[in-house]
Ligand binder design. Structure first.
Ligand SMILES: [Fe+2]
Length: 285
């Protein structure tokens, strides 16, 4: 029986207390580690709190997904550990560079893995578990999921899970941030870039990417509407139908669509997204 199968088939009652203990210790470490970044400035504090909250929410989303996908036992705990550690690099990033934009600072997943290695956080995990955790973290923020064929088969599953769990909560973070920004741009203190005020435009490159179901680079985003389109493009990258359902049920797609300008392009975009969602839900894929 492959390890993947063991992760799927293990009964919840068979959770290994050792794995539970590892998760408990990592949670305690995470709380202490992230608290150590507080106190430098209001800006850093607010953004550290944002990522602390995001991490807890991603853990919850991950638990939701593993229960839906049928991953139990140690596999579910491993998935939660990935969620807990996936953004560890964000705290050093905001401290060092005062931004969450990787393009302007550093690849935060790479930085996170460096921190994990330096501190030996995974030293009591098996070689396979370490590989699964690190690959999932390294892949969680990449434009597209790209795994080398020589990696163990389990890596793909956990990388897909964290990419979805992360995105589900990023919708919440970005939409909340957007609402705060629109309310009072001068008081906005979060390291989420909205680029510029709404100029009523969408860049043709971003519109075409969305209509052709292609991914886009962050550097191609030129205005606040492009950013909304990016969030719709993310829907193409959602791996599990249950993730897509959750994003829709929470009203994230409706909100983003409602904020688009009334242009011909955006009418077409709304239609394209609607068709895509209906097809995915109908196919349950
Ligand atoms: Fe994240």
């Amino acid at each position: 029986m492959s390890v993947l199968c063991i992760y799927f088939c293990a009964d919840l009652s068979n959770i290994c207390p050792i794995m539970q203990d590892k998760l408990k210790k990592l949670r305690e470490w995470f709380n202490d580690f992230t608290a150590s970044f507080l106190g430098e400035s209001d800006f850093v504090d607010e953004n550290v709190a944002l990522k602390q909250c995001h991490t807890m929410k991603v853990c919850q989303e991950m638990n939701f997904l593993t229960s839906k996908v049928g991953i139990k036992g140690d596999g579910a705990i491993l998935a939660e550990i990935i969620a807990l550690l996936h953004d560890v690099g964000r705290f050093e990033q905001i401290k060092r560079y005062k931004t969450f934009e990787d393009a302007k600072s550093i690849d935060h997943s790479k930085l996170g893995i460096e921190i994990i290695d330096e501190l030996g956080l995974l030293s009591d995990f098996s070689a396979l578990e370490q590989k699964i955790i690190k690959v999932a973290i390294a892949q969680h923020n990449k434009k597209e999921l790209q795994l080398s064929p020589d990696l163990p088969e389990e890596c793909l599953l956990f990388a897909r899970l964290i990419r979805d769990a992360d995105k589900i909560d990023i919708y919440r973070v970005v939409i909340n941030g957007y609402k705060l920004y629109m309310k009072d741009p001068d008081k906005f203190n979060l390291a989420i870039s909205f680029k510029s005020q709404d100029d009523g435009k969408c860049s043709p490159k971003v519109v075409n990417a969305l209509l052709n179901k292609e991914s886009i680079n962050y550097t191609d985003l030129k205005n606040i509407n492009d950013r909304k389109l990016l969030q719709l493009i993310w829907l193409y990258d959602i791996n599990f139908t249950d993730s897509l359902k959750r994003i829709i049920e929470r009203g994230y797609v409706d909100f983003i669509v409602s904020q688009l300008p009334e242009t011909k392009d955006c009418v077409l975009i709304k239609k394209t997204i609607n068709i895509y969602i209906n097809q995915r839900l109908a196919n349950n894929a």
